[in-house]
Design a protein around this ligand. Sequence first.
Ligand SMILES: [Zn+2]
Length: 70
Amino acid sequence: MLVEKTKNKIKCDSNGCNKIADYSIVNKKFVFDGSIYLCSSCLNELFSEISKFVVPKNVKPIYKRGGKSE
Ligand SMILES: [Zn+2]
C-alpha cells in the first residue's frame, strides 16, 4: 500500500467531492490494480477516521511520558 502525491488532474474519488485529487492510494494487493484518488481534505478526513483505530508506531503517546505538568 502506497500513498503518493499525484500530479494527474483526476477528480477526487470521494462521493460528492468535486475537487481535484492531490493524493493517490495505490494498493496492488487488491484484486483490481487500481488507485484511489483523494484531495487533501478528504485524505485528512480519512486519516482522522483511521486514527481512531490505528496509532502511528513512530509516535509516542503523550500519556506515557508521565504527562504531569509542572
Ligand atoms: Zn475530496
